[in-house]
Every structure is written in C-alpha cells, then in structure tokens.
Design a protein around this ligand. Sequence first.
Ligand SMILES: Nc1ncnc2c1ncn2[C@@H]1O[C@H](COP(=O)(O)OP(=O)(O)OP(=O)(O)O)[C@@H](O)[C@H]1O
Length: 491
Amino acid sequence: MNQESMQASAELLDMLMQLLDESTPQELLPRIAKVACQVLHADSAVLEIPAELADEPFRFAYPASVAISSSAVRRAREEKTAVLWNQADGDVDISKSIVKNKLTSIMVAPFRTPSANVVSGFLYLQREARKEPFTEMEKKLFDQFVHVSEKIAFSAYNRQSDRESLDALRGITRKGAIVYSSESMAKMIAKAEKFLALPAPIIIRGETGTGKEVLARWIHSQSPRAEKPFVAINCGAIPENLMESILFGHVKGSFTGAIDTRKGVFEEAEGGTLFLDEIGELPLTMQVKLLRVLQEHHITRVGDNREIPVNVRIISATHVNLEKAIEEHRFREDLYYRIQVMSLDLPPLRERGQDVLLLAEDFAKHYAQEYGLGRFHFSRAAEKALLAYSFPGNVRELENKVQKALVQAEKCIIQPKDLELDVLREKVKESPRTLKESREISDRAVIDSALRDANGNLTLAATILGVDRKVLREIMERLNMKKEEYKKMRN
Ligand SMILES: Nc1ncnc2c1ncn2[C@@H]1O[C@H](COP(=O)(O)OP(=O)(O)OP(=O)(O)O)[C@@H](O)[C@H]1O
C-alpha cells in the first residue's frame, strides 16, 4: 500500500468510527453528511433519502441553503456508483451548475437500500471554486464511505423498527424524548397534541424534574415553528439585576459590564419558542415588562429606546402553585391569564404506574451505551423495589439512581441494593402489594385526573368517570380526597 492510499484508509476508518455511536437514523443521517463533508474537505453536502425507504422523506443539507445540480444526481443514479465532475469536464448541464454556483467540483453517490440495486437516495458533496478539485483517490474514498454508511444506516433503521415493534407489543409510546405507557401521560399528551399548531402561550405545571422542559421541546418540535429556534431559560436561576438584559438584550455601555450590544432571548428565539422555566420566580418588576411584551409584541433593549418587533411563542413552566402566589401578591393576575391560555399538568412519576420501569430500562440502556458498558437487566426484586418506591414526582431522580446503579451492579444485573432507594420512601412496606392497595392507587389517579379536568365540579367529574355522583363522593371519602383542592386548578 502506498503512502497516499494508507492515508486514505486511515481517513476512511476515522470517518466510520465517528458514525458508530449514533443510534437512531435521525441522528445518524445528518452525521453521515457532515462527516463526509469534513473529512473530504467539501464546502457543502446534501443527503437525501426518499419516503419509500425511510418512514418519512429525509433531506439534510449542510449548509441549509445549498443549491445542487440535479443533472449530477441523475447521472450518479444512472451509473449506480460515485461520480466526480471537475470544472473542465464536458457535461454541459453539470458544467453550467458548476459555473453558476462558483464551484470547482462535485461528487455524488447513490445511497442505496440494503437489498442491493434499488437506488433510493444520494449523498452529494461539492467544493467551492477557490479550492483544489476532488481527486480520483478522494472519489474512491467517497465511494467506499458511502457503501459502509449505507450499511450502518440500515442497521439503524432495523434497530429502530425492532424497537418500535417491541414498544407496540408492550404498549409503549415515544414522543421525542418522552417515553410513557401510563394513561395519565397518554391523556396529557393527547391534550398537548391539540395545542401544537396554535400560536397561543402554554403553561406546563409539574413537580421538579418531571420532564417539563422535555415536553416543551417536543411541543416546539411538532409545531409550525419547529425549524426556528427553541430557547430555554430558568427564571429562578438568573440574578434579578441581569434579568431584563437576558430577556430583552442591551446596548453597549448601557450599564457597567455591557461591553457589547447583545440580543436577549426574545430576539434569539425569533420565529420560534421561548421556554420560561420557573416563571413563578420572575420578579414582579419583570412580570410587568413581560406582560407588556406579550400584549404589544415588541421589546426594547436595555439602554435603548427603539422598539424591536418579536414573534415568539411562550411556553412557561412552574412547579409552584401560581394561584397561591397570586393570593400572596407574588405573581400578577393579569400575567397569569396571559400565559395560561392553554395549560398542561405533567403527572408526577408516582402517578405514572409502570412508566417507572420503562423509564428505568431506557435510562439503563442509554447510559450503558454512553459509558461503553454491556447490556443491563433489572432483577425482579429491583423492578418490585422501583414500583414500590415513592418517587417525589421526579424522573430526574430515577435517572440519577439508574446511572449510579450501572456502576454498582454486578454481572450486568441491577439489584435493589444497587439502586440505593431510600427505605423511608417505600410506598408499601409489604411486598407484593395487595389487590386492594393497588386498586386504591389506580382509583385515586383516575379520580384525580377527572377532578382536575372538571375544576373540582363533582357532577362533571362523575360524568367523566361514568359513575353516579353519590358513588364518586363515597369513593372520595374512603380515599380521603377533597373536591375543594381542585377548585382552583385550571386545565
Ligand atoms: N417521560 C419521559 N421520558 C423520558 N425521559 C424523561 C421523561 N420525563 C423526564 N425525562 C428526563 O428527566 C430529566 C428531567 O426532565 P426535565 O429537565 O424536562 O424536567 P423539568 O420538569 O423541566 O425539571 P425542573 O423542574 O428541574 O426544571 C431529563 O433528563 C429528561 O430527559
């Protein structure tokens, strides 16, 4: 092997190594285009896969606005191999594209299905005029790279479809990073789905670490604003004196330390979604300013008097009871009505039943892969311990416990002791739980959700539940549930 081909093989290996970590096709495909672009020193890349191959058509362009030669793509498909055009080559259509787009050369390869000759998509690279054209050796490397990438991509598709079949068998739903099988989550997601396309603000209520940000990101990704930015800030973590500048930006010299003019998060999120976590922590002075922006749709940077129009969807989140904060004059009622046009209650983990187990399995799989460990299983005893443990609402705590357990576990089997669950927080002391206890837990969860939907109205809640009002009242008495506690909750 000569020096040049040794170097090429090393580069090819390097490219492929970078792809092995990506687990889903959605993560892998953009990476293929980017890695090819980087290692082959191209200025732009496009990877396109039509719908019949993937579930949805896939197109990734880097940079996003790149113009490509469709004649070059057609020729690569006809020739069924990687093809290279340089400025001096004779193909009239392709030369036109090369000159028009100020290029020096183009390489395209068909991106095939695993079943051999069905040409489906393509990977396209081009170099700008100021650079050297691609060489024959680079074309060879590109061809080999595409062959192996196709195989990596298809095993990712297969893994995904295996997982989807298994998920369907077990009644598991995945929405972006959100995983669930419980009714309480399914109900909340069904409600969220109705809000996706609407521009109005949403408020997400839920205890700490229940997935409010994950839910907000998913809503954004499914909304007409998905291509625009999602910007998240935690109102509780920002010092009061910096809050205005972080939200609305500032001009140079407007205060000590303002060495540049800076955009605030409203401008950064332009056209997209701004996630205001812990909105209940926003100081009263800022609440007034935020309300004004929501009403007037423009902001003014600190130290400036120009009004800058903004088009941003607000999703806010809170773990505190905002109604109580209003009563205590810590939160403005007018702002409350502005931000809670549509409201979602994220159930705490303790009300998600078996979700605890599937989240634990997912976290175990994810972190075992990240740490380069093998495949882990939970022992039956560990599963029982997880179900019996009263998580204080918190998916993050579960995630943390599973992470630690992976390090402690022997022979890739997670035992109760590896999870370090606090014995004082066990929901039920005896195991297994009796039928009566388990029925009470599920009765409590459905009644809770119906009362929320009905704003504490017993007749309406009874209708939702399909029982007589008297029967509902009796069950509530037995479970020590009070309708008054639901009067102020709004969905
Ligand atoms: N249903 C879910 N499926 C998978 N992962 C989840 C789910 N809910 C939460 N998580 C994970 O739990 C962790 C906490 O989620 P997130 O940060 O969205 O919670 P939060 O309610 O916004 O927290 P905080 O109250 O601290 O702001 C994240 O790592 C997230 O990926």
